[in-house]
Design a protein around this ligand. Structure first.
Ligand SMILES: Nc1nc2c(ncn2[C@@H]2O[C@H](COP(=O)(O)OP(=O)(O)OP(=O)(O)O)[C@@H](O)[C@H]2O)c(=O)[nH]1
Ligand SMILES: [Mg+2]
Length: 282
């Protein structure tokens, strides 16, 4: 894949975040629970330094719960504070709110002991595009102030929001990094919806991801595309699924482009089932 996923505004956002991070007590790093490793931006490590951080595996409702449990364990082993969440379900964020407060309790106690005013805890929400940063902020504040949509690049400028008297949250635009990981990691990122579709080779991505899923979740793929068996060759598998799904042009030619768009849409929307594209042990 040779695509431009690092437009100028992302570099600018990273520069701005470098200044903003000095103002906050803690950072929430959102990633996509279906690709917990590929959806973490290594630039954030450099930028955030030693700033306390909570990793949120968001969109957990779309991920395979068994794999999410393994990923949580994996990050806990690395002493990274981590939670699974469903940004669009407010109650699922209660543990996050509690953890933010617990990680800052010493500052609250300190202010109390000195008879000072307790100021709100300042939290930056950062992560790659389309991982639910703005959705989480709306859920925590109980307002729909931040615009959200199922495409990358929705939030264009950083913005503060208040959650009661306890928290101040900084929504930031999603950022990728110039040298994304391995080709398969890039494909998973693309499939998750983190990169703008118009710069992507959608057929290639759909073919490879469908093929991977046919190994990890054979029943889900057979059921969704009404396949009696799964071809062992990626293109043949995609052609079989394309035919069954009725993506056919005049002269009985297969419309692989239409199938790729449809498949990625179904995958992103959770219609194939709860799937995780990466496993911690691999
Ligand atoms: N199924 C599901 N969808 C979610 C969840 N969290 C967010 N979404 C959806 O994911 C899409 C992206 O959410 P946003 O909050 O706009 O993501 P963002 O990280 O702010 O994206 P950028 O501003 O582009 O960086 C929206 O359609 C949300 O409704 C979740 O936990 N589960
Ligand atoms: Mg946003």
């Amino acid at each position: 894949m040779d695509v431009n996923w690092f437009p100028g505004h992302m570099a600018k956002t990273l520069r701005e975040m470098r200044d903003q991070v000095k103002l906050v007590d803690l950072v929430i790093e959102t990633c996509d629970a279906r690709i917990p490793e590929s959806s973490r931006n290594p630039e954030l490590d450099r930028l955030l330094g030693q700033k306390p951080r909570i990793l949120v595996l968001n969109k957990a409702d779309l991920a395979d719960p068994n794999q999410t449990a393994k990923w949580l364990n994996y990050y806990q082993q690395k002493n990274i504070p981590v939670l699974a969440a469903e940004g669009n379900r407010r109650a699922s964020l209660d543990p996050l709110r509690k953890l933010i407060i617990a990680m800052n309790q010493h500052k609250i106690d300190n202010a109390k002991a000195k008879g000072r005013l307790i100021r709100p805890i300042r939290v930056m929400v950062a992560g790659i595009p389309n991982t639910g940063k703005s959705t989480i902020i709306n859920a925590l504040t109980g307002k729909k102030a931040a615009i959200t949509a199922d495409r990358p690049g929705v939030t264009r400028t950083a913005k503060w929001a208040k959650s009661g008297t306890e928290l101040e949250l900084l929504d930031t635009p999603g950022v990728l990094w110039p040298k994304l990981g391995s080709p398969s990691s890039q494909r998973r990122l693309a499939a998750s919806g983190a990169i703008k579709d118009d710069v992507l080779p959608l057929e290639e991505i759909a073919m490879e991801v469908l093929f991977d899923l046919s190994h990890d979740y054979p029943e889900l793929i057979m059921n969704r595309y009404k396949l009696e068996q799964l071809a062992i060759e990626p293109l043949t598998l995609m052609e079989d699924a394309c035919r069954k799904r009725g993506c056919i042009l005049s002269g009985n030619r297969l419309d692989l482009t239409r199938f790729a768009v449809l498949f990625l849409d179904e995958l992103r929307g959770g219609k194939i089932g709860r799937i995780t594209l990466e496993r911690p042990e691999r």
